[in-house]
Each structure stands twice: as structure tokens, then as C-alpha cells.
Design a protein around this ligand. Structure first.
Ligand SMILES: [Zn+2]
Length: 339
């Protein structure tokens, strides 16, 4: 009897732990995140569609959003680290102690590193969209407020808006390779398998070289991490001007694999979250007329509109994963002690 009592909650616990293994597609994909991770059903989620079409009161020009995004490196390291965390290709630049200031960020932000989101096809892949237009690749440079927090983890768990600042850059399909991406794309074939323990050292490069020449035009809004647990702690800076990426460079990203129920053979593609409701948030712009500067989607664009499904459940019906885990652990400990 004791054994039965022990096995049953163990099964429940394993089910809960299984639910914690999120993916972008499949049974624990984006449509399930708000059920599995309550913060993903919040009201200030990312990404969003940056929309200048029609009567859009969400854009407010802010002349204080100046063109002074400043990136400084404290230590000249020879190498960075590249790895595949089963959700993205991630570069760890932390050893260089790179800081970002300016652009009305208000604090000094320490760079953790860039990562990427991409599609299986060229008509999708970016997380943010411009007037519904999706790009095949979006880069996020993740930083944390080092005036307030000792490290990235402390910033993430703080739950405070502005604990993180992320710079988003779109990449648009081009004929030629983008040489600025080569320091990363040249090494993607070495991190095909999803394994956080495999960190490939790559020659260091100037982080600013990944940004477009023109960084003065951007969007600013308060949002969330675009992956679970979707913490609403991010000051977003999404640059208006895309950088180029070639088909062959995209193929290198698409050759990565992701872990799915122990099967490592599936391609890591479409690792983007659909756009989320604005819910009355204001998006500030550093430029005066977004309706002129933003690209407009043509009728013959074959990119599908992204829609967000799920997220309608009431707060009461959403079980907290952490609470369930705590109950699991407590139950198992009691049963263990009884044996
Ligand atoms: Zn991201």
C-alpha cells in the first residue's frame, strides 16, 4: 500500500515536471504557455505588433528617446561562448563586462549576450512585427540593470519592470551574406545538438557591429520575456532599421536541433512567440512619424498574420506550477518518511 501511495504522487510530480519542459511548437508550445506559466497570461506581454496603420493612438513620439545608445566593453576578452539551449542559439559575452547606457534607459545595463529567433521559411521568424510584417530573423541583446541587481538571475527573479532591457533587431532577407553575422554563423554547425553544456568558444567581436548603422530610430515599450516564464520585467528597444541576412545564413540557423521528448532529430525552427495584445500600453518612438517610416504590408505579402491563441482562462483556473511542485515535494517527503 505504501508503495502505491508513493508511486501515484511520483507520477503526478513527473507530469508536472514534464509540463515545465516548454517548447515553441508541439504539446507544450506557445498556445499552452499561459496555462503552464501563469505570467504568460499577463497584460504586458511581448512580443507585439508595431502598427502604424489606421488610427493608432498607441504610438507617442518621445523627443527624449535620443540617439545615444552607448555600448562600452570593460575587458578585452579573446573569446565569447556560443551554445544551443534547445530554444535558440545563444552567445555569452558576459566575460567582456559590456555595458549599455543612454537612449533614456535610465540605468547602466550589463549585457548577457545576444540570441536569435527564426522561421522555418522566410515569411516568418521574427517575434516583433512591423505593421504585421514578419522578418525571417530577429536578434535580442539581453541586458540586466546592474545598478540594481548583482546578476542576470537576480534581475529576472526580481519581478520588477525595467530589471531587464532587451534590444531587438530585425533581419531582412538579402542576396549576399551579412559579414557582421559571420562571427556567429560560422560556428553554428558546432552547436547543432541542443546541449547547454556544449559551449563553443568563438572569437570575440564588437557587439555594436551586430547593430544597424542607424540606431537612432527605435520603439520603446514595457513588456515581458518572450519565453516562459514570461516575466513582465523588460524595457524593450526595438530598432526600426533591419539588417540583412542571406538564405544560406538562415539555413545555418535552421540546421540546429531542439530537444523534444528525448528526440533530438527535429529542426529548431519557428522559435518565435506570436504577437501579444497591447492592452492599452503606450509605445514610444524616437522618431516623429511612424506612419511614414514603418513598412506597410502589401496585399500580396504571403506572410500569415500571427494570432495569439489561448490566454482566456481565468486567473483562478490557472494552477501555479511552482505551487504544484511544492506540494509534490512535500507529499513525497512525507511518504518517504513513513516508509
Ligand atoms: Zn528572444
Amino acid at each position: 500500500m505504501t508503495r502505491v501511495l508513493y508511486v501515484l504522487p511520483l507520477f503526478v510530480c513527473l507530469s508536472v515536471i514534464e509540463a515545465a519542459k516548454w517548447t515553441h511548437i508541439g504539446k507544450n508550445g506557445t498556445s499552452e504557455w499561459s496555462r503552464l506559466f501563469p505570467q504568460c497570461a499577463g497584460k504586458s506581454q511581448s512580443p507585439i505588433n508595431l502598427d502604424s496603420t489606421g488610427d493608432n493612438p498607441s504610438f507617442v513620439y518621445d523627443p527624449e528617446l535620443t540617439n545615444d545608445l552607448d555600448i562600452t566593453k570593460a575587458i578585452d576578452v579573446e573569446e565569447y561562448y556560443l551554445f544551443n539551449n534547445a530554444h535558440s542559439a545563444v552567445v555569452d559575452t558576459s566575460a567582456a563586462e559590456i555595458d549599455v547606457t543612454g537612449a533614456k534607459l535610465g540605468s547602466t545595463y550589463r549585457v548577457a549576450g545576444p540570441h536569435f529567433h527564426w522561421g522555418a521559411e522566410n515569411n516568418r521568424g521574427s517575434e516583433h512585427t512591423f505593421n504585421g510584417i514578419e522578418y525571417p530573423l530577429e536578434m535580442h541583446i539581453v541586458t540586466f540593470n546592474r545598478d540594481a541587481y548583482p546578476d542576470l538571475m537576480a534581475a529576472v527573479t526580481s519581478g520588477q519592470p525595467g530589471a531587464l532591457a532587451v534590444v531587438g533587431v530585425m533581419f531582412k532577407l538579402a542576396e549576399e551574406d551579412n559579414p557582421k553575422l559571420k562571427p556567429i554563423t560560422d560556428y553554428l554547425s558546432q552547436i547543432t545538438a541542443p546541449d547547454k553544456t556544449i559551449k563553443v568558444s568563438i572569437p570575440s567581436f564588437e557587439l555594436s557591429s551586430l547593430l544597424p548603422a542607424e540606431t537612432g530610430e527605435y520603439f520603446r515599450y514595457s513588456g515581458s520575456l518572450t519565453t516562459p516564464e514570461c516575466n513582465e520585467i523588460v524595457t524593450w528597444t526595438v530598432l526600426l532599421h533591419p539588417e540583412p541576412v542571406s538564405e544560406s545564413q538562415l539555413a545555418l540557423f535552421r540546421a540546429l536541433k531542439h530537444a523534444d521528448d528525448g528526440d533530438h532529430s527535429e529542426a529548431l525552427v519557428d522559435n518565435y512567440r506570436p504577437v501579444q495584445p497591447l492592452n492599452g500600453r503606450i509605445v514610444s518612438t524616437s522618431f516623429e512619424d511612424a506612419s511614414i517610416d514603418l513598412p506597410v504590408k502589401k496585399d500580396d505579402d504571403d506572410s500569415d498574420e500571427k494570432t495569439e491563441d489561448g490566454g482566456d482562462e481565468s486567473a483562478a483556473s490557472r494552477s501555479s506550477l511552482s505551487s504544484l511542485l511544492a506540494v509534490c515535494v512535500a507529499t513525497l517527503m512525507v511518504l518517504w518518511a513513513k516508509q
